[in-house]
Design a protein around this ligand. Structure first.
Ligand SMILES: [Cu+2]
Length: 351
């Protein structure tokens, strides 16, 4: 998805002061997720122009307005006539909902047949010619990131499969019974931005779906870390989120870089598992990004409602995942209730 194409996008120096923490920091503003909607809007505009040209037939071409074909070569501005230009940008930036997109297809070959026992998961990415893609441009140190999560949003795994020369990717995983969503997040060579494809796989067994844990600003890991979330998700806005890591009550100030960042944050929209990959606003080793306890992010979610957030961070040689349910409100201070009245009152989330 677009947010994983960060390496190839420009940094804006406009956001040089972060008002939220009062520090003047040369914090880069990642623009990748803004670029993609622009591209899609352009496509949308072109589609509308084509629709006018085709649907309007001779009248459209012969009318007093400039020939629609001229608009095909111009910027996205000239959307005219019956166009519905008010499609909200906030509803556009989603990924991971399609098994095939832009000519690329996620082709799953083998999945674990039995629940709760390690087995191989193999797949390929098929390119526009139908042949498996074998050349990928690494994003965040890896040629491909694989996220697996059960459709109830439990059991999150962030894996890095290994590719055979023929383009078959392999990893070994243990999955609980139920339907799982598999996301492949990658940048094929020759493509200017990364792509996230998703598909479901089924694991036989007795499926007991877990309710979405209630919204919370703290999460704990089984080995004693506590992560605290500050900030709010506002749809359509780059929302600052800060995740602070402590252990046994003490702030952790020696986080380790993991995949070229102090934290990796994936957000999945509850209901359809739309996928967002969000990254910190600083880079390890840039001379101004502390190794904790706070990991600042900019996240832009496409719509209001609940999301499950998964933070991967590394400390003392181990990668941990902290999970949160966060409800994006249409404006700050306007919380939206999570659906279903899930009130598991503080019960630790299944993982
Ligand atoms: Cu990864």
């Amino acid at each position: 998805m677009s947010t994983t194409s960060l390496e190839r996008t420009e940094r804006s120096t406009a956001r040089s002061v972060d008002p939220s923490d009062g520090q003047a920091m040369g914090r880069p503003s990642w623009r990748s997720r803004l670029d993609r909607p622009a591209v899609r809007l352009l496509g949308f505009a072109l589609a509308l122009v084509l629709a006018v040209a085709v649907g309007g037939g001779v009248a459209a071409v012969a009318g007093p307005t400039p020939a629609p074909a001229a608009a095909l070569t111009s910027a996205p501005a000239p959307v005219q006539g019956p166009a519905e230009p008010s499609a909200p940008a906030a509803g556009i930036d989603v990924s991971g909902l399609a098994v095939t997109q832009d000519g690329y297809t996620l082709d799953v070959l083998a999945t674990p047949g039995r629940a709760d026992s390690p087995a191989e998961l193999t797949f390929r990415v098929l390119g526009p010619t139908g042949a498996p893609v074998t050349a990928f441009t690494p994003t965040h140190d890896k040629p491909l990131h694989l996220i697996v999560v059960r459709r109830d949003q439990s059991g999150f795994q962030h894996l890095h499969p290994v590719m055979d020369p023929d383009g078959t990717w392999r990893t070994t995983t243990t999955l609980a019974a139920g339907d799982h969503r598999v996301f492949a997040d990658f940048a094929p060579d020759g493509r200017s931005e990364a792509l996230t494809l998703g598909r479901d796989i089924a694991v036989a067994g007795t499926y007991r779906p877990a309710p979405l844990p209630p919204p919370s600003t703290t999460a704990t890991t089984p080995d004693g870390y506590t992560v605290t979330l500050t900030g709010a998700l506002v749809p359509g806005t780059e929302s600052p989120l800060t995740l602070s890591v402590s252990r046994d009550g003490a702030p952790v100030t020696d986080l380790q870089p993991y995949l070229a960042a102090y934290g990796h944050l994936v957000a999945l929209r509850t209901g359809d598992l739309a996928y967002l990959h969000v990254h910190p606003t600083g880079t390890p080793g840039d001379g101004r990004t502390p190794a904790g306890p706070a990991i600042p992010f900019l996240a832009e979610v496409p719509s209001a409602g609940p999301y499950r957030l998964y933070l991967d961070f590394a400390h003392q040689g181990v990668v941990r995942t902290a999970e949160f349910t966060v409800v994006a409100a249409t404006s700050p201070g306007t919380p939206v209730s999570a659906p279903g009245g899930d009130d598991e009152s503080g019960a630790p989330h299944g993982h």
